[in-house]
Design a protein around this ligand. Sequence first.
Ligand code: AMP
Length: 284
Amino acid sequence: MVKLIKSKKELIEYRSQEQTPIGFVPTMGNLHQGHISLLERSLSEFESTYFSIFVNPKQFGPQEDFARYPRTLENDLHLIQASAQKFPSKKIIVFAPDKIEDVFPPSDDLKVSVLGLTNVLEGEVRPGHFEGVATVVYRLFEVMRPKRAYFGLKDYQQFLVIKQMVKDLELNIDILGMPIVRESTGLALSSRNQYLGPEEKEKSLVLSRSLRRIGDILNKKRAHLPDALSFIKKLKEDKNWNYLEIRDAETLSEDITHSSQVTVLGVYQLGTTRLLDNFQTELE
Ligand code: AMP
């Protein structure tokens, strides 16, 4: 069963009737199988899954694509319905507010900042972005009060920021990171992929291919780091890379001398479209 709710008031009322813990999936809509993988994981774990669709103005910079971000509610509801049919005994509550005031109170002056993790990589390129993300997720957590919330590892830094926020605010919500869903070409699914023309789409494959190659070179061995770093240096001669880095998988620190888990994160820019990808690996 799928229930669509548009107002915060109705959401709070509906939520208060729930007898068992709930799962929660926050999104900005324009759904694809990446989002659906989060939804179906929650459906497999909870009687009720709350699924939000809200294009959050606070996480877009002034020069970014807030106005043209694809809003496709009708289509999104079809995809959600298809998942609902696979889980006939489960409930999906879609919260798709039309008004900003259904997420942020009118007098809103609250910002949630997770320091440290947010001034590097995406945070450095997009000042204020993670503050916008943490603030909206906090607001949504407040009304949803989920037992568990699902995030894609595609936005790996975002996943770390949310985990840290939950820890620091002692919110008692499990944060589950879900694997990146990809096209058969290797390109990570993203709502922004549709901004790419056919030629750009072909070019975009350099991102997933480079990451895969770096993974192969590393082959989980610290001793292979110098080879991986010189490969990265060579790749970066292509100025379309915003960044391509090996960092500690927990702290995102550049110093990985003692890191047993690292993450390799890259952003490749085609025109105004920034494509993100990453993977995590151990180093022995
Ligand atoms: P968005 O609508 O882009 O804010 O994404 C909502 C959630 O879906 C976030 O937790 C994303 O990390 C996740 N997500 C987006 N793309 C993918 C993907 N290709 N695979 C897995 N999760 C994804």
